[in-house]
Design a protein around this ligand. Structure first.
Ligand code: SF4
Ligand code: SF4
Length: 139
């Protein structure tokens, strides 16, 4: 399956266009609904960290959910069954890279659905939809 991949974080200028695009996908303005995150690694001179769900082979977020609300799918990455979710936050704590974002209005996690919508909005070639192997999860 193709997954959203950070192919060259060194090229990230911190514009957050990917975040705006992801938020916009759900008709939200601003950045609050984004399932991809860009943050400074410690001051602009040190560059940026781009955090997106890696669709782990054996996802810690899925294992951590006491309600069975998360499943790993081949086409859309991690799927949330909202009706099962109690908003406990265990998935966000368990994610190895901090890729479970939070919708505080409804108190539920937001996890990338691997649609690739954000890719076209990054004009710096930082992110791509790319085939990934299990071994890539460590990167
Ligand atoms: S917040 Fe929801 S999806 Fe996450 S672990 Fe708790 S019940 Fe599961
Ligand atoms: S949300 Fe985090 S733990 Fe879950 S599959 Fe994505 S990267 Fe892995």
């Amino acid at each position: 399956m193709k997954r959203l991949s950070v192919v060259d974080a060194e090229r990230c200028v911190g514009c957050q266009c990917c975040m705006f695009a992801c938020s916009r996908r759900t008709n939200s303005h601003g950045l609050s609904e984004s399932c991809i995150g860009v943050r400074s690694s410690s001051g602009v001179e040190h560059g940026f960290i781009v955090v997106a769900c890696r669709v782990c082979e054996d996802p810690p977020c899925v294992r951590a959910c006491p309600m069975g609300a998360l499943t790993r799918t081949e086409k859309r990455g991690i799927h949330l069954a909202e009706e099962k979710c109690t908003g406990c936050g265990s998935c966000a704590e368990a994610c190895v890279v901090g890729a479970v974002y939070w919708d505080s209005e409804i108190n539920k996690p937001m996890i990338c659905i691997q649609c690739g919508f954000c890719v076209d909005f990054c004009s710096h070639g930082v992110i791509e939809m790319r085939e990934r192997k299990a071994a890539d999860d460590a990167k």
